[in-house]
Design a protein around this ligand. Structure first.
Ligand code: ADP
Ligand code: ZN
Length: 718
């Protein structure tokens, strides 16, 4: 097998023109029958790495996958692409399993997904022995490691594969990259001199933004307003938070739902199904939601609360933009969240060591949210990948913070902390600085200290932002064990008493929010068209999906619809060139999508727009409605010859038009017979003169169409 076969299969089955980074190298390793370990982020395109070797080689590939929902999804996706696949797991009864086994033995199944339980069970061994297996793929291979969070004991029994089938290559795939897990996978599976591929964990299409946690709901509303009808997840910390937010969004007319672990199973499944099938756009969920969802067109992930660590954050935002189109990750940061986590960790039953680890990880998360350097750089460095440049697709890169001399502001805050004898928390402190008339202030006589009302030049939110920086710089600290009161540190004292200078980042919370909403530049007509057509195509996709009983993103991905909206393929040939349209999907869905695109183009032309190819379609549409060439010409106020030319073009593209009514077989034979004497693009006048004006231009044009169509067909056949 060669990579050329692989590339052909990629186009034929998946409709893709090129491999993504590392895919070709990985496939080559599998062809070389090497054991392989693949570490790639979510959305990187791991599946193709085993699916292409599976379909291009003799025999069947066995894929071990831990989640029933994902197996079903993968099999449906493969079937939609014309690849014979099936799964065997506990959701099937004995009869169904037997039928699949029979089909596999007859060689009718190229890719067979099995749960690890099933694969290691005694009942499955006879089938395994009789099958011609070309490959074992272990998906979500990190489940093998007891260090990880998804440990699955059955995975540790997979050793037997190498013992009993030493000739069959194993490919292990995961999106969890840490070294311990990696080592566990290699040793547990007993891989033989494996080829290890580690892709970059960067997801450049995901915009990373951190916003201050004040007025979250308003910020979310403006965020959603910029993203009408898009699918996304909003992660909340608590069950109540999910329900409350979903309720508020519903009241505002959004298609929202909630999801958390305390809901009855049936309700949870419903939310999940509604989301997958585009019936619900927004799910407000705890982190229980997301595992087992392969939906490729999740356009945003919002963290309403701070995630508890970077691992969680990156895994959760990774669910956005799997299709490679731009997506957004918005995180709200508030110190209150940090405090609740701390309380939660402190009060948990965990050992002191575990608590310390959790707090250290929280600290890193907190630093990420606060840091004023490129977010992507921080994340990737955290995961051990060096990334030196600035990404240009995060809030810091897009809107670099401006520095100012914050010494006076810091002194005001520190002085207020000292004068209140280090007894106040952040909120009260800010209220004092801003001269609020809150009851506690008067009860404690804080309105009489010198710094009361000394910080009115900053808003409440500004102060929060400045205080966070002060904390980060080690000027103040928080007594977690003592009502979260603020204290001045030794470094802080140097600023307060010795006037040490402190540069701070300018508060620009308000600007930040505005910056997130794309500036309202006038949209070009082309862009308006693209968006409108995309919307119409996604409606069609939903309908088609419903009929097929599969999720819409398995019919076509957003990326594919976007390419269609952009290029407007209105012939089979053009449709075939769209990325994501393989042979099977062209056959199944091509006509419906082409029809919608044509309808759109005709409508736009009738509204007075000029779209490439559309005038041809309008003439053709009228012709199909029974109008004669002359009628079309007079209705459209164009020449009859132009109409005939339109019809000739459509005929060339494969539309059935009876051209014999205008060109006899005899005339056609004569003209076509002479065409090899001329070259494309044909000069009609030379042909006209060649025949001494015996044929009209119209006849010549039609003959050319016939000739071109015949040679096109010949090309396709050869
Ligand atoms: P992973 O399993 O690594 O999360 P998938 O295998 O689900 O990723 O692939 C993510 C998306 O990228 C899918 O929609 C898939 O069809 C698409 N994809 C994979 N390979 C390519 C490619 N070479 N060109 C275009 N799209 C691809
Ligand atoms: Zn950046």
């Amino acid at each position: 097998m060669s990579l050329q076969h692989a590339a052909q299969a990629l186009k034929k089955f998946f409709g893709y023109d090129r491999f993504r980074p590392l895919q070709a190298e990985i496939i080559q390793a599998v062809y070389d029958r090497r054991d392989t370990l693949v570490l790639m982020p979510t959305g990187g395109g791991k599946s193709v790495c085993y699916q292409i070797p599976a379909v291009t080689q003799d025999g069947t590939a066995i894929v071990v996958s831990p989640l029933i929902a994902l197996m079903k999804d993968q099999v449906e996706g493969l079937s939609a692409n014309g690849i014979p696949a099936a799964f065997i797991n506990s959701s099937l009864d004995a009869d169904q399993i037997r039928r699949i086994e029979d089909a596999a033995l007859k060689g009718h199944i190229k890719i067979l997904y099995v749960s690890p339980e099933k694969l290691v069970s005694q009942s499955f061994q006879p089938l395994l022995k009789r099958l011609k297996i070309n490959l074992f793929a272990i998906d979500e291979a990190h489940c093998i490691s007891s260090w990880g969070h998804d440990f699955r004991p059955e995975y540790t029994q997979l050793k037997f594969l190498k013992e009993q089938y030493p000739e069959v290559p194993i490919i292990a795939l995961t999106a969890t990259a840490d070294k311990l897990t990696r080592k566990d996978i290699l040793t547990q599976l007993n891989l033989d001199n494996p080829a290890v591929f580690i892709a970059s964990f960067d997801r450049p299409n995901i915009n990373l933004t951190v916003a201050p946690g004040q007025k979250r709901f308003e910020q979310i509303l403006s965020f959603l307003k910029e993203r009408p009808n898009q699918a996304g997840i909003i992660y909340c910390l608590s069950r109540k938070g999910c329900e409350g937010l979903a309720e508020k969004l519903l009241q505002r007319g959004f298609k929202a739902a909630y999801y958390h672990a305390d809901m009855p199973q049936a309700k949870r499944s419903k939310t999940q199904e509604d989301f997958i099938n585009d019936r619900v756009n927004i799910v407000c969920a705890t982190i229980a939601f997301g595992m087992g969802i392969d939906k490729s067109n999740v356009r945003f992930v919002v963290h309403y609360n701070l995630p508890r660590n970077m691992e969680g954050y990156y895994q959760e935002i990774g669910r956005a933009g799997r299709d490679g189109l731009s997506a957004s990750a918005l995180l709200f940061f508030s110190y209150a969240d940090v405090m609740s986590y701390r309380d939660m960790f402190e009060q948990s039953e965990a050992s002191a060591e575990q608590k310390a680890l959790k707090i250290a990880k929280l600290e890193r998360m907190f630093q990420f949210a606060e840091a004023l350097v490129c977010r992507r750089k921080t994340v990737l460095n955290y995961f051990g990948e060096s990334y030196d440049s600035s990404c240009g697709n995060c809030d810091v890169c897009k809107n670099p913070p401006k520095q100012f001399d914050g010494t006076v502001a810091v002194q005001k805050a520190l002085s207020a902390i000292t004068r209140t004898e280090e007894k106040v928390g952040m909120t009260l402190l800010v209220d004092i600085l801003r001269g609020s008339s809150r009851r506690e202030i008067f009860e404690n006589n804080y309105h009489q200290i010198k710094t009361y009302g000394a910080g009115k030049e900053y808003t409440y939110d500004d102060w929060m932002y400045l205080l966070l920086q002060m904390m980060h710089l080690g000027l103040v600290e928080i007594a977690y064990d003592d009502h979260h009161r603020m204290r001045v540190t030794e470094t802080g004292k140097k600023v307060l008493f010795e006037g040490k200078k402190v540069p701070l980042a300018m508060p620009q919370a308000k600007e930040k929010v505005d910056a997130r909403a794309p500036k309202t530049v006038e949209k070009s007509q082309a862009q308006i068209n693209r968006e409108e057509l995309f919307e119409r195509l996604s409606q069609l996709r939903k309908l088609v999906a419903q009929k097929q009983g599969v999720p819409p993103y398995l019919v076509f991905s957003d990326a594919t619809l976007e390419a269609m909206a952009d290029q407007r393929p209105y012939t089979d040939d053009a449709m075939k060139n769209i990325s994501g349209v393989g042979e099977r999907k062209l056959q199944l869905f091509g006509d419906a999508f082409i029809a919608e695109i044509r309808k759109f183009m005709i409508e736009k032309t009738n509204e007075g727009q000029r779209l490439v190819g559309a005038t041809t379609l309008v003439s053709f549409d009228l012709y199909k409605n029974g109008k004669s060439i002359e009628e079309i010409a007079s209705e459209r106020n164009i020449q009859a010859r132009t109409v005939l030319n339109h019809l000739a073009e459509m005929y060339e593209m494969g539309e059935s038009i009876d051209i014999r009514q205008w060109l006899s077989a005899e005339a056609s034979d004569m003209i076509c017979g002479a065409l090899p004497l001329f070259e494309e693009p044909y000069q009609m006048r030379s042909i006209f003169e060649h025949f001494n004006e015996k044929f009209t231009f119209d006849q010549i044009r039609l003959a050319i169409a016939e000739y071109r169509k015949a040679s096109n067909t010949a090309k396709v056949k050869s």
